[in-house]
Design a binder for this molecule. Structure first.
Ligand code: ADP
Length: 156
């Protein structure tokens, strides 16, 4: 049986915390499809094509991982990709409220697709795309917190 999970997010930009979630997901799923959300209301720093390119370059060597852009309902993307599950990461209790609401809402929309959470690795619990953007824009070194391929994009 081919088990596929959709891992949705903004990935503005992808961090090593996200990479860790994908790696953990692959212990349970055969294939992980990363759904890069357009999310115009979040006013991302990187445009959709750039966010997608960074994710694709990060996982170029692993054919169990794919990345697609999406702008509609997550559950429609999951159906289209024949996914059994939605994969999300949890860092702290502060993530819980939002994740709980989203998982419950998605379950209302599609009973068959389960949301599965993995816990952040201890050394990445504090890593978020937002802090990467802020620290990097003020000249701080984030090279140990993002995939190597992201660094040239941050410098631009
Ligand atoms: P969104 O806009 O949907 O929150 P993000 O790209 O910020 O998108 O995050 C996508 C998912 O990855 C979320 O479930 C988030 O909790 C999780 N995540 C983000 N950073 C980390 C991290 N450092 N460790 C574990 N999970 C993380």
């Amino acid at each position: 049986m081919n088990r596929t999970a959709i891992y949705p997010g903004t990935f503005d930009p992808i961090t090593l915390g996200h990479v860790d979630v994908v790696r953990r997901g692959l212990k349970v799923f055969d294939r992980v499809v990363i759904g890069v959300a357009e999310n115009p209301n979040k006013k991302p720093m990187f445009d959709l094509d750039t966010r997608l390119a960074m994710v694709r370059q990060t996982f170029v060597a692993d054919d169990r991982i794919e990345a697609v852009a999406f702008s509609g309902l997550l559950i429609d993307l999951a159906r289209q990709q024949k996914a059994n599950a939605i994969l999300r990461g949890l860092r702290a209790a502060s993530d819980f409220e939002y994740e709980f609401q989203m998982a419950t809402m998605n379950r209302r929309l599609e009973e068959k697709i389960e949301t599965v959470f993995v816990m952040a690795r201890e050394d990445y619990t504090f890593v978020s795309s937002r802090f990467i953007r802020e620290i990097s824009s003020m000249g701080g070194d984030v090279s140990e917190l993002v995939p190597q391929v992201v660094m040239p994009f941050l410098k631009r």
